[in-house]
Design a protein around this ligand. Sequence first.
Ligand SMILES: CC1=C(CCC(=O)O)c2cc3nc(cc4[nH]c(cc5[nH]c(cc1n2)c(C)c5CCC(=O)O)c(CCC(=O)O)c4C)C(CCC(=O)O)=C3C
Ligand SMILES: [Fe+2]
Length: 315
Amino acid sequence: MSNRIGVLVMSYGTPQSMDDIEAYYTHIRRGHPPTPELLEELRGRYEAIVGGVFPLRENTDRQVASLQDKLEQVAPGRYVCYQGLKHAHPLIEEGVQTMAADGIKQAIGIVLAPHYSVMSVGSYLKRAKEQAAEHGIEFTGIESYHLHPKLLAALTERVAGGLQKLADTVRAERSNAEAVRTKVLFSAHSLPEKIREMNDPYEKQLLETSEAVAKAAGITDWQFTWQSAGRTREPWLGPDILETFRVLREEGYEAALVAPIGFVSDHLEVLYDLDIEAKTFTAELGMSMERIAMLNSDPLYMETLAESIVAATAI
Ligand SMILES: CC1=C(CCC(=O)O)c2cc3nc(cc4[nH]c(cc5[nH]c(cc1n2)c(C)c5CCC(=O)O)c(CCC(=O)O)c4C)C(CCC(=O)O)=C3C
Ligand SMILES: [Fe+2]
C-alpha cells in the first residue's frame, strides 16, 4: 500500500522500431492489419524522420521524467508518474497495472494533448478508468488544459520566436521582404466530421487556444486550419492545411507561420506532415513557410501539467 498518488501520463505512442510499424498500425486500426500499400506509405514517412530512436518515444520519456521532477519540487514525495500509451507499450492498461503492483490506491490521469475530444482524450481516459476500476484504484481524469495561462505563455513565446525566424527566411528568400503578406496558421489533427454531431468540444477549444495566443502575441492576421487527416473514406474536418496554403497564395499571401497547437511534441505529424510535406508544397507555390518550435519538455508546459494535477488532487 502506498500513500503516494499515481499520475498516469498518457500519450499516443509510436513504434519501438521499424519492424514494429505493422503491429503499431494494426493496433491503431483496432486489430485490422493495414494493406501493404498503407504500410509502405507509413514506413516511408517514418524513414524520413527517424534517425535511431523514434522522436515521439524520446520526447514522451523526457516529458514524463521532467514532470516527475517538477512534481517533486512542488510537492515532495506526493506523486509518482507512470507512462501509459494509446497504441504502443507500455499501454494505458499496462501503466495502470504497474501502479496497482506498486500499491497505488489513488490515481490521476493526464494526456499529453491539451484539447478534449471524445475520440482522443476521451478514449484515453475511458481505458484508464476501466483498468483502474478493475484494480480498485480511485481514478480521476483531467479532460483539458487548453487555456492554462502557462500553456498560453509558452505558445505565445514560440509564436514570437517563429515570426522572427520567418522574417529571416523571408529576407533570405525574397527581394520584396518589406511588402510580404504573412498569415499565422494555427493547426491541429483533423478528426472525422461526425464529431460535430456529438457536440464535441474539440473545435471550440482549439479556436479558444488560437484566439488567446494570437491576442497575446498581438497577431491580427491569423486563421485556424486542420492537418494530418486520416486515410479513410469518411469525411474529415477541413480545410486541410495544404488547401489553405493554396487559397492563401491565391489571395496574395507569400509567407506563413504554422503553429500546430494541437500537438506538444516533435513527431510524425510535425516532422513529416509539416516540415517535409507542407514545406515542399509551399516551396512549389512560391511561399515562405516556417513553424513554431514544439513544447516538448518546456518548463512552462511542465508547470502547466504539474499545476493541473495539483489542482485536481487538492485535499
Ligand atoms: C486527434 C489525434 C491526435 C492528437 C491528440 C493525441 O495526441 O492523441 C493524434 C496524434 C497522433 N497520431 C499519431 C499517429 C497516427 N495516427 C493515425 C491515425 C489517426 N489519428 C487520429 C487522431 C489523432 N491522432 C485518428 C482519428 C486516426 C484514424 C484512426 C483512428 O480512428 O484511430 C495513424 C494511422 C495512419 C494515418 O492515418 O496517418 C498514425 C500513424 C501520432 C504518433 C506520431 C509518431 O509516431 O511520431 C500522434 C501523436
Ligand atoms: Fe493520429
